[in-house]
Design a protein around this ligand. Structure first.
Ligand SMILES: Nc1nc2c(ncn2[C@@H]2O[C@@H]3COP(=O)(O)O[C@H]4[C@@H](O)[C@H](n5cnc6c(=O)[nH]c(N)nc65)O[C@@H]4COP(=O)(O)O[C@H]3[C@H]2O)c(=O)[nH]1
Length: 796
């Protein structure tokens, strides 16, 4: 068996479980995906809200820093007096207190050519040794050349030794542009101090915020006013990372949001790839704008002065706002667990139901199998027959039924025992199996009855005849049982559907009728049903009804045929033979209704009638005349037969010694022990027993020794051949010899000619009976006087 063969039925068996697993998996995945999408959306909203909040907080913080510078500007603009260095330092120191991101603050006064020396001297006086206004030249600051205007660092929060003092911001092109922009627009401007801070501190670039300061009370309406009235600049240098960190710490920033602050978009930014953050709250290495843009992020800006720094917020890796898809995962796991449970349940249920259906099938098989032969039994046969019949209505195939009944099987069973009978049935089943095709149904209906349904033939009649002939031949072959060679046969009845019927009852009835015909035609043959059989059955049924009436209405008559002593020629008695005086058909001989009476059980009342009539008639005869009465094997099965016989004798007053009971061999075949006992009882009260029709059945000599017979009646068929078949004489001679040895007398039946009589006398037969001595006659026609008797003797 290949894997494919094993897998296919398993797939079929577990299909519901597999389908449930597939559907469940699909739903789990779809559900998890939907939840994931929902989680993502919720998370995005939460993140964006948080990021925006963070941005607002940062902006507030930054504005706070800027507002310090504006406060300083207000200080400078509030008076026409010079703000002294100490005033600046005091004020600035306060600013530093809660603003750790503030690196330094400076005051850049507007110094013209004439004022330069004065300023330099004042600074030196204030303690800043060798103060000079210096400007950017090549790579560094040097004493500034003569110029119309300077914006040097005059006051600073730096120690007085710092090199920032005297640095002319307007000599640095970027800063000059920023300063002019601040001046012309009266606006706070911010730039990144890239060039020098890096070199000085090695830190990230700082942010320089410049606030223009105008002379107190002057106009700043127009650009010209502003240019004219500018007094200087308050400049703050912010450490952006520190500043941001400080804001985030003091405001309790959301740790789930990582903030990156990138420089403003200016011509310097060449690509997002290369744009690294000025500030990053993330602990990991700084991410370029490109990296951030690839993932989930929120974009905003941080306004410092008139410039926008780019803010990019991201969910912190592993933080609360990073979508973890926990719920989606839970949905997937729960879905898969449910699916697994359902699939397992369905799998177990499928397996159980398969086991159950196998067990049911087994029970059904057993219920439809004949245990002895292993063939289908009657139930199966009838079910199949029904099925075919219903298909007939839909123009299904034609088919035949062959009913088989074994001939002489009963003899085997009775003589060799039930074990041998069973073995024989098994052998018969094997032979029948070999004769039918796989598509035919061969069943054992019970006992020695078999049946076949044969279908799928073009010519059903020819096909079934051929099969029946083959089977008859096969079964007629001898069977070898342990220690015995048995010969039986089979009678077969055939009915063909739909010709002979379309329903189970009709077909079986007709096949049975045909079988009955085969049986009565001499056995081991087959018959196909024809309509005449039904007519016959009908006639038989009518006859049965009539016979029932006949018994009730006393239409039966008993006729008497004499039997003679062969040696003296004297009449020894009469055999009682029943006749039926039918109102329409006249006198009907017993061979036309005895078999029917036996089949229908009517033989019991019929037999009792004959017995009582014979006893009653014989009681009026001379006392030396016997009366012989036939008893059927069916009567022997009646428990009260002995009582019936006794009652007949008692009621008639006939002596039991004058009654002879004739039985056939078939009585001895059945219920041997009981019948033997019964015969002993009859003998015990003086009744004589005769074995009738000897030579027609098995003629087993063992019966003669086993049963207490007084007489053997040799069947008339032997007498018929007596004169022209020497073998018949020899047989009769040996029967006579045997009977003599067993102390039995011998009667020869059916003696018709004097020649036969002479020969029988020569063979020492004791009694003779036949037309030569008288036909069966009604009681009123029997001559009982001596003269008649003599004349009969003379005739003999
Ligand atoms: N050809 C020919 N036949 C002769 C001759 N002599 C007698 N017979 C016939 O042979 C049959 C003898 O009876 P059976 O062998 O007991 O055979 C009987 C017996 O088995 C049965 N039978 C008759 N009456 C009864 C009855 O009351 N009870 C039972 N159980 N069976 C009966 O019916 C059978 C036939 O009876 P019957 O037709 O009366 O036929 C009788 C008789 O008429 C002869 O010389 N030539």
């Amino acid at each position: 068996m290949t894997g494919r063969w094993r897998v296919a039925p398993l797939l079929g068996l577990y299909r519901p479980a597999l389908v449930a697993a597939a559907v469940g998996l699909l739903f789990s995945i779809a559900g998890a995906a939907a939840v994931a999408r929902w989680e993502d959306r919720v998370n995005k909203i939460e993140f964006e809200n948080a990021a925006e909040t963070e941005s607002i907080v940062m902006q507030h913080g930054m504005s706070e820093y800027i507002s310090r510078l504006v406060a300083l500007r207000t200080l400078f603009e509030s008076t026409n007096e010079e703000i002294t260095r100490s005033e600046f330092e005091t004020f600035s120191a306060r600013l530093f207190e809660r603003h750790p991101g503030m690196l330094r603050i400076a005051w850049l006064p507007r110094v013209n050519r004439k004022e330069r020396a004065e300023y330099e001297a004042a600074a030196i006086t204030d303690g800043i040794s060798s103060y000079h206004i210096r400007s950017l030249q090549d790579d560094g600051f040097a004493i500034a050349p003569q110029s119309d205007e300077y914006f040097p660092v005059f006051y600073s929060t730096q120690p007085k030794t710092s090199s920032v003092y005297g640095m002319d911001h307007s000599s640095v092109p970027e800063r000059r542009v920023a300063l002019e922009r601040a001046r012309d627009n009266d606006r706070i401007v911010a730039i990144r101090a890239r060039l020098y801070a890096e070199r000085e501190t090695g830190r990230q670039p700082d942010v320089i915020v410049s606030v223009p300061v105008y002379a107190k009370g002057t106009s700043r309406e127009t650009v010209a006013d502003r240019r004219r009235n500018l007094a200087g600049y308050v400049v703050g240098v912010f450490d952006l990372p520190l500043l941001m960190q400080a804001i985030r710490v003091t405001t309790g920033a959301n740790p789930a949001v990582s903030i990156n602050i990138y420089p403003p978009f200016t011509g310097r930014i060449v690509s997002l790839e290369e744009t690294l953050p000025d500030y990053s709250s993330a602990s990991s290495s700084p991410q370029s704008m490109r990296d951030v843009a690839r993932g989930r992020h929120w974009a905003g800006h941080l306004r410092i002065g008139d410039t926008d720094w780019q803010v990019r917020a991201m969910p912190t890796a592993g933080g609360a706002l990073e979508t973890s898809y926990d719920r989606a995962g839970a949905v997937l796991i729960v879905g898969m667990l449910l699916t697994l449970s359902l699939a397992t349940y369905l799998m177990l249920a499928s397996r159980n139901s398969r086991r159950l259906s196998l067990a049911n099938r087994r029970v059904l098989e057993l219920a439809q199998t004949d245990v002895l032969t292993g063939l289908p039994n009657r139930a199966f046969f009838l079910a199949r027959l029904n099925e075919l019949n219903s298909q007939l209505k839909d123009h299904g195939p034609t088919f035949s039924i062959l009913m088989l009944d074994l001939d002489r099987f009963k003899n085997v069973n009775d003589s060799l025992g039930h074990g041998a009978g069973d073995a024989l049935l098994r052998l018969v089943a094997q032979r029948l199996k070999s004769a039918v095709r796989a598509t035919d149904v061969l069943a054992r209906l019970g006992g020695d009855e078999f049946a076949i349904i044969q279908e799928g033939c073009e010519d059903q009649r020819a096909c079934s005849t051929e099969l029946a002939a083959r089977i008859a031949k096969l079964v007629a072959e001898p069977f070898l049982l342990p220690g015995h060679r048995v010969e039986i046969g089979t009678s077969i009845g055939i009915a063909i559907a739909p010709d002979h019927g379309r329903d189970q009852e009709q077909l079986l009835k007709k096949a049975d009728l045909a079988l009955y015909r085969s049986k009565s035609a001499g056995r081991n043959c087959f018959t196909i049903y024809d309509e005449a059989m039904s007519a016959e059955l009908e006639a038989r049924n009518t006859l049965e009804g009539d016979l029932r009436d006949a018994i009730a209405r006393c239409q039966l008559e008993v006729h008497y045929q004499p039997f003679m002593d062969a040696t003296t020629g004297t009449r020894r008695g009469f055999e009682a033979l029943v006749r039926w005086r039918h109102p329409a058909r006249g006198l009907i001989p017993p061979d036309q209704f005895i078999a029917l009476a036996e089949e229908t059980g009517l033989i019991v009342p019929l037999g009792e009638f004959v017995l009582r009539r014979a006893c009653a008639d014989a009681a009026n005869w001379p006392s030396d005349l016997m009366v012989a009465v036939n008893l059927s094997p069916i009567q022997f099965k009646e428990a009260d037969l002995f009582d019936v016989i006794c009652a007949a004798l008692r009621d008639s007053g006939l002596s039991p010694q004058r009654l002879e009971i004739e039985i056939t061999e078939s009585v001895l075949l059945e219920r041997g022990a009981e019948n033997h006992a019964f015969m002993e009882r009859l003998k015990h009260i003086g009744i004589e027993l005769a074995l009738d029709d000897f030579g027609t059945g098995y003629s087993s000599l063992s019966y003669l020794t086993a049963f207490p017979f007084d007489k053997i009646k040799i069947d008339k068929s032997f007498i018929r051949n007596l004169t022209h078949q020497p073998r018949s004489s020899a047989i009769i001679s040996s029967i006579v010899t045997l009977a003599r040895g067993l102390d039995m007398s011998v009667t020869a039946e059916g003696v018709e000619t004097a020649e036969e009589f002479e020969r029988l006398k020569a063979l020492d037969v004791n009694f003779v009976q036949g037309y030569l001595f008288g036909r069966p006659l009604p009681i009123d026609q029997i001559e009982l006087d001596e003269s008649t008797e003599r004349s009969q003797r003379d005739a003999a």
